[in-house]
Design a protein around this ligand. Structure first.
Ligand SMILES: Cc1ncc(COP(=O)(O)O)c(C=O)c1O
Length: 360
């Protein structure tokens, strides 16, 4: 079976983990601090705050900007549910907006039209490893006095006009086991705003600025030294691994070009797509897409649908009455998308086998 994701753990990673295990400190310590420093430099921001998941990163990012009860936060209807769940965790209300078909990201014009006096922030999601139209969203946030949160869970290493994802607003990254940088579970908040960084640090560890002095209602969202050891060991290899993903994607695009039944992913001008997922569209709809997925499985190719249900259609959001509007593009994409293996461990024979299986 050619798997959809394959964590790469090399000898350096194993040595780094063993060193962490033997260091006498398992919970947040010097490796977490070193990973934060290296990650902030990588993204090009002043501060990075490590947490134990991407969901925690989004949650803390919202709280660190003072967003809570009574506030509205604009989110795309087509994303992983954690994007909107984090808004609920913060006590605020998600306001869904439709997305675009070219980059799968929030539509800036629709986002601007959804702003009301209760709107405090926009969460822009960089889905599948390509930035959304982040310069347009950043411009709206600047003009309308809104906080910009970037859900960069899937986009570590992506750039837009040469700037890293996660450096336009307050970034939230995930290092879950299948992501482009993998610490098992893990996340990072990135910002150049000093007060936001300070509050995020406090909130991730029990609301304590000083040990055993509770100043805020905080959490235990700390990263372990073992996770940070993996992150530190993988970060210097990230660009090369992303380049390998890009090469696999370029080859798939070339091999799949003659297939008029599918739409292959496109890297938009001035964006560096890091292909967390290589996501094709089967524009005839859900039945044909699901049929292709079964045919691929029979030929030994794993694939996945990210995501079969847009967030506003999820039972929780229906039950809460938070999403009674229709979002036609999100609903259409949920019927059409299919992610194929693109990870850096694929051989050129694997890439050819994937294209052959899709083509037949
Ligand atoms: C777009 C998006 N947002 C948020 C998350 C949440 O990250 P985590 O699983 O690390 O909590 C993910 C990860 O799956 C994601 O893909």
């Amino acid at each position: 079976m050619i798997k959809l994701a394959h964590p790469i753990i090399d000898e350096d990673d194993k040595r780094a983990v063993i060193d962490a295990l033997e260091s006498g400190q398992l919970a947040q310590g010097p490796r977490v601090a070193a990973f934060e420093e290296a990650f902030a430099a990588y993204v090009g921001v002043l501060h990075a705050i490590a947490v134990n998941s991407g969901t925690a990163a989004l949650h803390v990012a919202l709280l660190a900007h003072g967003i809570g009860a009574g506030d509205n936060v604009i989110v795309p209807a087509f994303s992983f549910a954690a994007t909107a769940n984090a808004v609920l965790h913060a006590g605020a209300r998600p306001i869904f907006v439709d997305v675009r078909t070219d980059d799968f990201g929030i539509d800036p014009a629709l986002a601007e039209a959804a702003i009301t006096p209760a709107t405090k922030a926009i969460i822009a999601v960089h889905l599948y490893g390509q930035t959304c139209d982040i310069t347009a969203i950043a411009d709206i946030c600047a003009r309308r006095g809104l906080v910009l949160i970037e859900d960069a869970a899937q986009a570590v290493g992506a750039t837009h006009d040469g700037r890293a994802a996660g450096s336009f607003g307050t970034g939230a990254f995930s290092f879950y086991a299948t992501k482009n940088l993998q610490t098992g579970e893990g996340g990072m908040i990135t910002t150049s705003n000093e007060p936001v960084a300070a509050l995020a640090r406090t909130l991730r560890s029990q609301g304590e600025r000083t040990r055993y002095v509770t100043e805020e209602l905080g959490y235990n969202f700390r990263m372990t030294e073992v996770a940070a050891a993996l992150g530190l060991s993988q970060l210097p290899k990230l660009d090369a691994r992303n380049d390998q993903r890009r090469a696999n994607a370029a080859r798939l695009n070339e091999l799949l070009a003659p297939n008029e039944h599918i739409i292959t992913p496109r890297e938009l001008p001035n964006r560096r797509h890091v292909y967390h997922q290589y996501t094709i569209r089967v524009p005839v709809g859900r039945e044909a897409r699901d049929h292709l997925q079964s045919a691929l499985r029979e030929r030994g190719i794993e694939s996945a649908v990210f995501y079969p249900t847009p967030i506003h259609k999820q039972p929780l959001y229906q039950r809460l009455g938070l999403a009674d509007a229709a979002f036609p593009i999100a609903e259409k994409l949920a019927d059409e998308v299919l992610s194929l293996p693109v990870h850096p461990s694929l051989s050129s024979e694997d890439v050819e086998a994937i294209a052959r299986a899709v083509g037949t």
